[in-house]
Design a protein around this ligand. Sequence first.
Ligand code: SF4
Ligand code: SF4
Ligand code: FES
Length: 309
Amino acid sequence: MSNGVAVSIQRTVKITVNGSEFTAPEGSTILQACRSEGLEIPTLCYLENLTPVNTCRLCMVEVQGSRTLVPSCSRKIEPGMVVNTESDRVQASRKMVLELLASSVDMSIVSDELSEWMERHQVDKERFGPQALPAQLGERETTHAGHHVRGDGTLAATVFEPVKIDNDQYVRDYSRCVLCYRCVEACGTDAQNTFAIALGGRGFEAHITTEYDVPLPESACVYCGNCVAVCPTNALMFKIEHDMRQAQTWDESRQTLTRTICPYCGVGCNLEIHAQDNKIVKVTSPLDHDVTSGMLCVKGRFGFEFINS
Ligand code: SF4
Ligand code: SF4
Ligand code: FES
């Protein structure tokens, strides 16, 4: 306190990353400190509006004195920390994580960011053998994502299962799920507090599911679509987009993006209206908006059909 004016002092910590020394606010993670300096580190389960869950291990970096690589999305910086984000060991780890995921999961329409990282690391999707086709998986219980029959080693087992279409708002294609838990976080304490979806099973059989695996309309889901908004692989996809992709009419190059305010209530959520051929095809919300942080309710997310009427 000075002359009656409160002064808040932000302590900083000095660290060295890839040979360059800089300071960052105390309490920052390695990822936040690096991004504030324009240094890129790939992430998958991390999203700035969600609590880090440390599941994917794509963001690992080398810290001097640490026997193992550390997850940059959750590890806090410490004074004098020496970090390497680009060493051969780090690059090999990233490539391996992406190749292991791509061996069992359909990663053909992942987010642009993830797709760019895969390209940059020259990810070989068939490093562990070509993916087994559904018919080659043997007696697989397809109602449970992840269930598989042990193969002979020539084919990579996949988490294939049919797309779940049980409502008009969004579909669940768990053949594309990388188990990043972003959707679980968004449905839980990070945004929606609905807890309609969670992790079921263990090991290769781990999968995202509703309570007792019931269809969405019978679950606690309130159709806010926040899980869909955070999914990096399109395992969760809005029904309109899914139908248009099936009909081969989905074309992002022909879509416009208009930012506006939700008309339904006084909260003032920001909407991003994706339109194609003069029709709204998707509604998202910007992650950096201080009211919504990318999250919406069912009205803002799906209450636009009347406009197309
Ligand atoms: S739409 Fe909303 S309530 Fe339903 S599962 Fe997704 S996050 Fe949960
Ligand atoms: S459905 Fe999407 S958001 Fe949820 S765990 Fe799978 S990949 Fe992540
Ligand atoms: S982004 Fe850090 S563990 Fe997934």
